[in-house]
Write a protein that binds this ligand. Structure first.
Ligand code: SF4
Length: 320
């Protein structure tokens, strides 16, 4: 349960049949929900059901890096992601003695992972053939084991299909379901700008870590040969970059004017240091003449007078 509209409705339909439900919410490094507070705890509280949060990290990152079934429009490996999460849900179901798994998936809603054939493939690869019930589209899908065994009443399940959420919104009103969030899904992997940065990371770093992924969420990102240069966009990001800086990164700041904090990663060649200083100067408050920049690994101790580059030069380096 993401806490979004569909999973919330799926749970409510089960509760209305008198079925005990425990919600499982996955938190990945690519969840956007954390920004505005994930909806799952609120929804679970509203529905008075227990909530299990499963955090996925390095293992999930490996799936994102090399998905067996490829990516969607951006860097979203939806099929592999669903298989991965359902395997985890299966393990948890075995631990708790749950009889079947329900999801809020809607047939045909998502181009990559919610078509009939793909739903079957995901079930098969997660070793959950027949064990997943999708209450919102159940009447359009083969009977699940829970329906076959009479654990749920198929008659009260739905036949929603397609991308429009109008039916779900109407249903939520009728069923007095409130408090759901992330209506369009809150996954950074589906965002073009983030996908470009992640692709660049994978292409340039053999062992990308979760810390690298966290850094992708902060600042403007530039690629200069083997170097990554990250420039803070505001005071909050400047503080974050200072805190998230890795041991070998260099930090840059323009002197005597408003300035971003810039991080330089990769080989500290003369060219790369000059480029990081130039980008710092470009985003500082100084608009002409030479800019005094200080940089260093631990402290900003080394001075450098640098020019302000042209916009085109900056754009050429931007990771897009
Ligand atoms: S949108 Fe993101 S979280 Fe959702 S299935 Fe695709 S990769 Fe997974």
């Amino acid at each position: 349960m993401s806490g979004g509209l569909d999973s919330t409705l799926a749970v409510k339909l089960m509760l209305d049949q008198g079925i005990d439900v425990e919600a499982v919410n996955f938190v990945s490094p690519f969840c956007l929900c954390r920004k505005g507070g994930c909806g799952a705890p609120k929804v679970a509280k509203n529905l008075s059901i227990p909530l299990k949060t499963i955090r996925v990290g390095e293992e999930y990152l490996r799936i994102v890096r090399k998905p067996r079934f490829g990516y969607g429009k951006n860097m979203n490996p939806c099929v592999d992601c669903r298989i991965f999460m359902l395997k985890k849900a299966k393990k948890y179901a075995e631990e708790t003695g749950a009889q079947f798994i329900i999801t809020g998936e809607v047939l045909g809603q998502r181009p990559m992972s919610q078509h009939g054939r793909t739903l079957g493939l995901i079930e098969e690869k997660a070793r959950l053939k027949g064990k997943i019930l999708r209450p919102l589209s159940a009447k359009l899908l083969p009977k699940s084991e829970a329906e076959e065994k009479g654990l749920v009443n198929r008659e009260t399940l739905l036949s929603i299909e397609g991308r429009s959420r109008k039916k779900q919104i109407r249903l939520a009103e009728e069923m007095n379901v409130t408090g759901y969030s992330c209506p369009g899904g809150g996954c950074l992997l589906t965002y073009k700008e983030f996908a470009a940065k992640l692709r660049d990371l994978f292409e340039n770093k053999r062992r990308a870590s979760l810390k690298d992924v966290e850094l992708l969420k902060v600042g403007r990102h530039f690629r200069f040969e083997k170097n990554k240069i990250i420039v803070g966009r505001n005071e909050i990001e400047n503080k974050l970059l200072t805190r998230m800086k890795m041991a070998n990164d260099y930090c840059f700041e323009a002197q005597n004017c408003g300035s971003p904090i810039t991080l330089l990663q990769g080989p500290k060649t003369r060219n790369s240091i000059e480029k990081a200083a130039e980008l710092t100067a470009y985003y500082s408050d100084k608009k002409q003449g030479k800019v005094q920049v200080k940089f260093g690994k631990q402290n900003l101790e080394k001075p450098l007078a640098t020019r302000i580059p042209q916009k085109e030069e900056v754009e050429q380096l931007r990771i897009t």
